[in-house]
Ligand binder design. Structure first.
Ligand code: UDP
Length: 319
């Protein structure tokens, strides 16, 4: 067995794909989750690896001390990376779990950093495009400081992630460490929680059930959607690098929500899907598109490869 990797939020959407990838690479993996948005069904997919003790599944709230569960793990191989990916991430979930969201990206990240320093491991923190808020610059480069409402329905998420970035910056400065963070743009793929509320899983589930596609507002707001495999490849590349400053990861092909709905219609040629317009949620960003120059230059040969229609077909096959 080589080193181990700890993934907080290991049975959530992105966390479970990181678990998959590091198991494939022969690492011992520790997945920690309290299932507030992670899923038991995701854990069940790893029954074999858990039985073989290649994957250790820990049920814990990572906003509480890590010492009890971390010290109780038998035969833990030297820890190479800690991915701090535990957090509600969809607007309906983080709005319902606002205090938990604030805690896990601040206190929880503090525990991850302390554990990493003790084990001489590197933390990679899941930051987000939400730190740019409703951007007045497009595409968004890492140097853009953002346009964020600190006192509104999205602020528990946006500001928690911004605090997390500041914590990593300051921790590295004070302790001469090399922890890092990636700014993750909208990502989709298998294992998204069907009740998640984010646009792609919502529209796909509606199309499956022949229900009207819900479009919030006039549908002219834009997002850039990354297939999960491309994102995971970028995260792994970043972890391996010595990069400690923020790096955008995602796909830079920008679509309006209306175009997304048309693309979903195109993969269901056997049915005519209606559209239902609902009110635009408060503080909903009008546009979002990553500037990926940094990732393309420094994680060579990384670039997102899977375009929207192909990714939607792959995701549909797993529903
Ligand atoms: N959206 C929509 N219909 C839905 C869910 C979301 O039109 O059923 C819109 C939402 O208002 C936003 C965009 O799709 O403009 C992306 O929303 P999502 O919740 O996926 O993520 P966000 O990028 O806002 O965090």
């Amino acid at each position: 067995m080589k080193n181990s990797v700890i993934v907080s939020g290991g049975f959530g959407f992105l966390g479970s794909h990181l678990v998959d990838e590091y198991l494939k690479q022969g690492y011992q993996v520790v997945a920690v989750d309290n299932f507030c948005t992670g899923s038991r069904a995701n854990q069940d997919e790893f029954k074999k690896e858990i039985a073989e003790d290649r994957l250790k599944a820990v049920e814990a709230d990572v906003s509480q001390s890590w010492t009890p569960w971390l010290n109780s793990i038998q035969n833990l191989a030297p820890v190479k990376y800690i991915f701090h990916f535990a957090s509600p991430a969809s607007p309906p979930h983080y709005q319902k779990l606002g205090l938990e969201t604030l805690a896990v990206n601040s206190v929880g990240l503090g525990h991850a950093l302390a554990a990493a320093d003790e084990h001489k491991a590197r933390v990679v923190f899941a930051s987000t495009s939400e730190i740019y808020g409703d951007p007045s610059v497009s595409p968004q480069p890492e140097t853009y400081w953002g346009n964020v409402n600190s006192f509104g329905v999205r602020s528990c998420y946006d500001e928690a992630k911004r605090f997390g970035e500041a914590l990593i910056y300051t921790h590295n400065l004070k302790h001469n460490t090399h922890h890092g963070l990636v700014r993750i743009f909208n990502t989709y793929g298998p294992r998204m929680n069907p009740a998640d509320g984010r646009v792609i899983i919502n529209l796909l589930m509606q199309a499956e059930k022949r229900e009207p596609l819900t479009i919030y507002g006039n549908g002219e707001q834009t997002r850039s959607f990354c297939y999960v495999d491309d994102l995971i490849a970028g995260i792994i590349g970043y972890a391996q690098s010595h990069w400690t400053t923020p790096m955008n990861l995602g796909n830079d092909h920008e679509f309006s929500i209306n175009q997304l709905a048309e693309t979903i219609q195109s993969i269901y040629p056997d049915r005519q899907l209606e559209v239902r317009h609902l009110p635009l949620p408060q503080d909903d960003p009008q546009q979002r598109k990553p500037d990926l120059t940094l990732a393309r230059e420094h994680l060579t040969p990384w670039t997102p490869k899977i375009q929207l229609r192909e990714g939607l077909l792959k995701m549909r096959a797993c529903l």
